[in-house]
Ligand binder design. Sequence first.
Ligand SMILES: Nc1ncnc2c1ncn2[C@@H]1O[C@H](COP(=O)(O)OP(=O)(O)OP(=O)(O)O)[C@@H](O)[C@H]1O
Length: 326
Amino acid sequence: MTGPAIAANSLRKSYGDKTVLDGIDLTVPEGTIFSLLGPNGAGKTTAVKILSTLISPDRSSGPVHVGGHDLATHPQAVRAAIGVTGQFSAVDGLITGEENMLLMADLHHLSRREGRRVAAELLERFDLVDAAKKPASTYSGGMKRRLDIAMTLVGDPRIIFLDEPTTGLDPRSRHTMWGIIRELVSDGVTVFLTTQYLEEADELADRIAVLHDGVIAAEGTAQELKRIVPGGHVRLRFTDPAAYRSAASALSEAVRDEEALALQLPSDGSQRALRSVLDRLDSSGIEAGELTVHTPDLDDVFFALTGGADVPTQPAQPAQPKENVR
Ligand SMILES: Nc1ncnc2c1ncn2[C@@H]1O[C@H](COP(=O)(O)OP(=O)(O)OP(=O)(O)O)[C@@H](O)[C@H]1O
């Protein structure tokens, strides 16, 4: 395949008068994790359903390619390239985990022998061997999700849609799922992940798009998104009170914390801004004991973007590390 794993132009979907997707553009390079982030009802599942051929976009939509195939003209080829794990599991609770896997192998027309081999391998990989002979209805939420993903992988898809894969899971199961997702990508799979959890997008995604009111309110790396809301600052700490006092007079706009011998300066965390602070200290012959860059977290971004705060729609500067202690 040449080109991105997923490329959608001006994707539109309305239900009656309600516009759910109002012309969104999505580009997901191969072998990366893309996260579509949005509050309840933002249209995340609708986007997944369209991209995975379960529903059609509006006629006014632009072209959509998934796995290099045109969604409108070659939906079967798209289906063969993808795997989808929805919010509502495909797992049949009445049969065992192993039987669920073998059923998927049948659906993918694997031979009996190959089906058994693939099922055994995936059950092992997802730590489900002990539970394999038990009815899936007895599985915990985390085990069901793992089985669901294992079932998706039977067809060896190169692009996987995970629609809120960790909703309702406890922290341990959530971390296990994150490990699984990272492993998928290290095998070269492309992951399109929807989530309401900012932390999850922050942990996993190469790029994040925030969906709000039918449009992409912002898109970028987690670091880029964090930089578009105000609140970032640089904190300088000193061990020597004399150095602290000199710095406080050299950087007169800084907020002072006398007790901690620390100064705080508003900053976007960019290389240029940091260099300017360091240059000003250098020219006064002052050395800070510690310099820390604080950027707002994704929660700040999310609430700013989906809560109507006045922020620019795109990050202005290249990404910076979240915390950088010298
Ligand atoms: N078949 C349908 N008919 C009418 N409206 C629909 C239909 N499917 C979805 N919607 C509406 O479209 C909007 C987006 O729904 P969608 O399920 O895509 O949101 P979501 O971002 O996945 O939300 P959640 O996080 O709650 O799953 C919602 O307002 C929903 O009510």
